[in-house]
Design a binder for this molecule. Structure first.
Ligand SMILES: [Zn+2]
Length: 219
């Protein structure tokens, strides 16, 4: 009984971790979850022919659960992970000149937004651009094809076919030469590469960079 009352008291005065659901003194994510995240350190850069992608953490364990929670209702986590990728971005020595940077999210299909109520990449990209005072738009490109969820496809070829021609560039007065695309995870890179190809087909000469919370090891 004492334990139960103590937990109720704690719940009243503390928040609940958005990843493990335990009572936490931290705002959104408890210290136990936070300490279990694995940063990618020296393997944070992945270079594709279409773009270079920077990823802060390793997509497994608690961080994987946190990203899954972000995608399935706990949209407040966008604020937490937004802060983490800002700190990570600030630590990257070779990043491009911030004065000429346009921030865009990887767009979701409108049916997915309707199901989920939001697009997690939009929330992340908005938080990132607002805090760092970068120009932001979600009007440059749209997702016109309702693709299968990439994590349901094991093989790289299936992922490439699934995402092919999924995006369409909209009429946009593009002044910036450097575009930073923000997404939650990088796995095979198929989505970011297809998005980058679609933009480059319309706007030659733009430099594209990717930034994700985490990346897996499927390349
Ligand atoms: Zn936790």
């Amino acid at each position: 009984m004492v334990g139960f009352l103590s937990k109720c008291f704690s719940l009243f005065y503390h928040t609940v971790c958005q990843i493990c659901n335990e009572v936490s003194e931290a705002d959104l994510v408890c210290k136990i979850c936070e300490n279990s995240f694995i940063e990618r350190k020296h393997s944070y850069i992945k270079r594709f022919s279409e773009l270079t992608v920077y990823s802060w953490g390793l997509y497994n364990g608690t961080l994987r659960q946190g990203i899954l929670n972000l995608k399935t209702g706990k949209k407040e986590l966008a604020q937490y992970f937004g802060k983490r990728i800002i700190t990570f971005w600030d630590s990257i020595p070779e990043k491009v000149n911030a004065d000429s940077l346009l921030i865009i999210p990887v767009p979701s299909h409108y049916k997915r937004i309707w199901e989920r109520g939001y697009c997690q990449s939009v929330l992340l990209a908005k938080h990132f651009s607002k805090e760092l005072k970068f120009e932001y738009t979600d009007r440059l490109i749209t997702r016109t094809k309702l693709t299968k969820k990439m994590n349901s496809l094991e093989c790289l070829e299936e992922r490439i076919i699934n995402i092919k021609d999924a995006f369409k560039v909209k009429n946009y007065n593009l002044c910036k030469k450097n575009i930073l695309i923000i997404d939650d995870i990088l796995t095979s890179g198929s989505t970011l590469c297809e998005l980058a190809r679609t933009i480059k087909n319309r706007y030659e000469g733009v430099n594209l960079i990717g930034l994700t919370i985490a990346s897996g090891d499927i390349y």
